[in-house]
Ligand binder design. Structure first.
Ligand code: CA
Length: 359
């Protein structure tokens, strides 16, 4: 009697485990649209969404399909948060700091001047409180965020004239992405916000004096070296900018559990893949740019120091005026302090040594 009921129970459990329940979910056909903020020719950053969508399709045997749309195709490149919030698309691929005009706290989810590098940012997001705090904040915009790539520390951009002192920044018309404009305007810079497609012509004509974009691989494609000879580093406003997938919260909640897991796994894969591509491709582009007579220069320390001071002043003001900034930023900064403490021992000494020897 006891044995028979065990067999019966095992029989039912077996059916559930191998048949009915998984089959119902695996057959669910889901079609989503993804709005990217990036143009197709930037294969590394735009391509992050394609890497994600392909992985989802492969994992679901083609049943969960996400179509990827370049910036401007469905909505303006910087309209992605509105589009996802309103549910006109299920998801987007973008950089949170573009939306600092809605709330400066968006910037912390991507990069803030003198913030964390790529490794440290991922540590905060995956293992610290980063993802949790940012998702609490994004919930007001009906958004659930997932990691969607990182460029690593960016270059400081292309300048028509040399920057020797802090005074050389006065009146400089500089295209600089997102939130960092709030810092450089404190140094007399006139930040410009032009779409990527207009930058080359504006720099060539001298309508703007300088432009920062990403790094050697992307910058070379846009041809800035032909119209501005000085290539500065580092982009201290983007030590490790995180690109994100923003998913509409209702669309995400409606997914079967295994599709939710696929979104999580494919996002982490795309995140790692983008950083690997930038690191692998930047050296060749940098060598070619130097070969084409680009002058690669570090920002003078006085420029970095003045920029650091201006950044800290801005953050102190935001901590008073913006409670969401204060909550997220205090956790971010405490985490960064520990990261710097750790990185200065093994990682930076090893890097310094390896850069000093001939391989
Ligand atoms: Ca940039």
């Amino acid at each position: 009697m006891q044995r028979r009921s065990l067999i019966q129970r095992a029989g039912i459990a077996g059916v559930l485990a191998t048949g009915i329940a998984p089959a119902v979910h695996a057959q669910a056909a889901v079609r989503w649209r993804l709005a990217s903020s990036f143009p197709k020719p930037l294969d590394t950053i735009y391509g992050g969404a394609e890497v994600f969508a392909k992985k989802i399709s492969d994992m679901s045997a083609g049943k969960f399909q996400i179509s990827v749309h370049a910036g401007g195709e469905l909505m303006p490149p910087f309209g992605v948060v509105d589009g996802v919030q309103q549910g006109s698309v299920e998801m987007g691929h973008t950089v949170p700091y573009y939306y600092f005009g809605k709330n400066d706290a968006f910037a912390i989810g991507a990069a803030i001047p003198f913030g964390m590098n790529s490794r440290q940012m991922s540590a905060w997001m995956f293992e610290g409180n980063g993802r949790k705090l940012m998702n609490e904040f994004y919930a007001k915009y009906n958004i659930v965020s997932f990691p969607g790539g990182n460029t690593g520390t960016q270059m400081g951009g292309w300048f028509r004239k040399e920057i020797k002192t802090v005074a050389d920044l006065k009146g400089l018309k500089f295209r600089i992405g997102g939130f960092a404009g709030k810092v450089v305007e404190r140094l007399g810079v006139v930040p410009q916000n032009l779409p990527g497609g207009e930058l080359y012509a504006a720099l060539e004509k001298g309508t703007i004096d300088a432009v920062e974009w990403v790094g050697p691989y992307d910058d070379q494609k846009l041809g800035f070296n032909k119209v501005a000879p000085f290539y500065y580093y580092p982009g201290w406003w983007e030590g490790g900018p995180e690109v994100d997938f923003f998913v509409n919260d209702k669309a995400f909640a409606a997914l079967p559990a295994e599709y939710k897991a696929m979104v999580e796994v494919a996002a982490s894969h795309a995140h790692m893949d983008m950083q690997a591509k930038y690191d692998a491709r930047n050296p060749t582009a940098l060598k070619q740019l130097v070969g084409a007579k680009t002058k690669v220069l570090p920002f003078p320390k006085a420029v970095l120091d003045a920029s650091f001071k201006a950044s800290m002043e801005l953050y102190a003001e935001l901590a008073v005026s913006n409670p969401e900034w204060k909550k997220i930023y205090s956790d971010y900064r405490a985490f960064q302090k520990d990261q710097i403490l750790w990185f200065r021992f093994a990682e930076s000494r090893f890097d310094e040594y390896m850069q000093s020897v001939t391989l």
